[in-house]
Design a protein around this ligand. Structure first.
Ligand SMILES: Nc1ncnc2c1ncn2[C@@H]1O[C@H](COP(=O)(O)OP(=O)(O)OP(=O)(O)O)[C@@H](O)[C@H]1O
Ligand SMILES: [Mg+2]
Length: 319
């Protein structure tokens, strides 16, 4: 009951991985050959990088996978000491059983300091006969060139709408989740290609113990109903500052949002408003300034109200 769904439904084999066919086909070829080079996985969060690394190690080593794989995740230290200590120690010892090499998988490799990356590069070269690395990161640009050039690079893409839907529908059926059709679409929309985010939001929503509606989805993902945000902005543009301010209150309270959450959503709503392009440009400029002030610690209520006042002024120029 308390099991985390992202772990429970994490694919165990490369064949079960959703989407990323351009990646999994090449990885399966390594498994078939029983050999691989160093690999660099790049791409957004929750798209299957860790999943593919684990699945590949299991397929490559069979029952001996545990002893031949070392997994370093974000909670481990990322300085040069780890590279010289723990990593080197594992890399230089012989593989177990019938395996001809070991694998070190490192999540968030872009968090390594440049000194640590330089040391890692030497370890990769020195023990490459018996140890292969799989490095995972969001942006390849943060990995030094000499490491990049030693790795085969695999780019993971955000998952498509259909892939997200198929995966979520499977969990919904197996867990007997009660969810509205538009709530499911909303969930896919807010996940933006991140399967971990979608599954976590589904589990949190389901734990509330009633039919999942679009509102439940917004509440569990730290977003307000986009229609409510749009109506608030239109009300300000229409000149009713006080009504818009009440709407701001209820959005923040009802959805439990911070000033930064609101400003981010306001920003993505401008393009749906029926105002001219030059008015949009002024708004985006103003929003950038206000977002900066909020991040710097200024009172978020005052800043958000200032934005509504600005909308009233823009609207006033057209009335
Ligand atoms: N392509 C996928 N196919 C099936 N499940 C996936 C896929 N991508 C993500 N998931 C699901 O989301 C969870 C997180 O995925 P994973 O750990 O592979 O993400 P990641 O790409 O390594 O993300 P991060 O950059 O945050 O480390 C998995 O446990 C699995 O449930
Ligand atoms: Mg990962």
């Amino acid at each position: 009951m308390n099991e985390i769904w992202t772990e429970k439904y994490r694919p165990r084999t490369l064949g079960e991985v959703v989407g990323q066919k351009h990646v999994t086909e090449r990885l399966k070829a390594y498994v078939a050959a029983g050999n691989m080079s160093h690999l660099l996985f790049t791409g957004p969060a929750g798209t299957g990088k860790t999943t593919c690394a684990l699945a590949m190690a299991k397929e490559m080593f069979g029952d001996e996978w545990r002893g031949n794989l070392m997994e370093l995740n974000a909670s481990d230290e990322r300085g040069i000491d780890v590279v010289r200590g723990k990593i080197k120690e594992f890399a230089r010892t012989a593989p177990l059983g019938s395996a001809s090499f070991k694998i070190i998988f490192m999540d968030e490799a872009d968090a390594l300091t440049s000194d640590a990356q330089a040391a890692l590069r030497r370890t990769m070269e020195r023990y490459s006969r018996i140890c292969r690395f799989i490095l995972s990161c969001n942006y390849a640009s943060k990995i030094i060139d000499p490491i990049q050039s030693r790795c085969a690079i695999f780019r993971f893409s955000p998952l498509s709408h259909d892939d997200l839907r198929e995966y979520l529908e499977r969990i919904i059926e197996l867990e007997g989740v009660d969810i509205d059709e538009d709530a499911l679409e909303g969930l896919i929309h807010v996940a933006r290609g991140d399967l971990r985010k979608a599954v976590n939001a589904l589990q949190v929503s389901a734990s509330m113990g009633r039919t999942i509606t679009l509102d439940t989805v917004y509440q569990t993902t730290g977003m307000a109903d986009p229609e409510a945000v749009k109506t608030m902005l239109e009300t300000a543009l229409g000149g009713d500052f006080f009504r818009a301010r009440e709407m701001l209150d209820s959005i923040m309270i009802e959805y439990g949002l911070s000033g930064q959450d609101v400003i981010r959503q306001v920003h993505s709503t401008f393009f749906e408003l029926s105002i001219t392009d030059s008015e949009k440009v002024r708004l985006v400029d103003k929003t950038g300034e206000i977002e900066f002030r909020i991040v710097e610690g200024s009172n978020e209520r005052i800043q958000l109200e200032a934005l509504l006042a600005y909308l009233v002024m823009i609207g006033g120029g057209r009335r």
